[in-house]
Ligand binder design. Sequence first.
Ligand code: COA
Length: 332
Amino acid sequence: MKSYIKGMGTYVPDRIVTNDDLAKRFDTSDEWIRQRTGIEERRYAEEGIGTSDLAKEAAVRAAADAGIEIEQIDFIILGTLSPDHHFPGTACYLQPKLELAGVPCLDIRQQCTGWVYGMTLADSLIKTGPYQNILLVGSEVHSHALHFDDAGRDVTVIFGDGAGAAIVSPAPEGSERGVLAHALHADGRHADRLCYRLFDISRIPLADAEYLESVENAWPYMEGRHVFKEAVVRMPEVVREVLASTGHTIDDIDLLVPHQANLRINEYVVSSLGIAPEKVINNIQRFGNTTAASIPIALDEARRNGQVSQGDLVCLVAFGAGFTWGAVTLRL
Ligand code: COA
């Protein structure tokens, strides 16, 4: 038995924030941001709107696209690095918004690789369990926890808010559609190079004022160059690995959907793999890095604009905090 994507949905907040808007708040420029990252604008949620709210809108759209009623969803997997609360998981806040009491809920905290890990998990649950319609959603509201100051500018300019979702179901019998292979990795020796230590409550008492006053602890911390250097090696490596596991080659790929962290990273990946740029989707220019949501948002856009069709070979590839990385191949 195979699992396949039955339907997809995207939701991004209406509010567009341009590079020039950011340059009014701290020392940066449209030129710097475009040149280093390719980003032109991103979306920000309004105050009071959280990750589970965006996830709900994407989920409703994915169910409609799949032609199912919300109540047919029988498992919820949610990837995020910007949870509604430290605990419980954000899937538990999404579930009542969808009126799905009783349906199992699972958060995965694999950051930018969240949706690739989630797709692997959904595929395994379909193959081994009784599930018919798994909601897999990546959702992020970063904008409420970014440092709008010169000290946080390297991180702040990159991230945006948004959600992308899929309904993952057993593939129709005899169909060529469905997940073909996955390859997942992690190397926690790099965990402290891209992290958010604010909720370090198992090690440091939350009331430790000195700890909280440190900029490195109070705001997301990133060693950008180190992340960049690892990403451009790990992403092509894992694409080759996942293709080799089913005897496919780079030429067989109809669409590569890379995580949208930095357009320059993706340009390196494309040239390293030797894949034609028209077989790759990039939309970071308009959304920034939406972490766990970036792959479903990009894949959904490619489906809707005709860049990919049913039955095409699609390769999803991501790299992110942890470090974690992975790839999935599927026939759409
Ligand atoms: N605007 C203007 N100047 C900025 C800036 C900003 N937003 N952010 C950093 N700078 C400055 C730095 O202060 C530094 O100035 P200095 O030379 O006077 O010290 C200079 O630009 C270069 O900084 P550096 O951090 O070395 O830049 P970089 O070329 O590595 O680019 C990133 C920074 C963040 C764009 C880049 O490292 C990157 O994208 N890395 C990957 C990050 C990533 O993918 N994260 C998501 C995880 S999946």
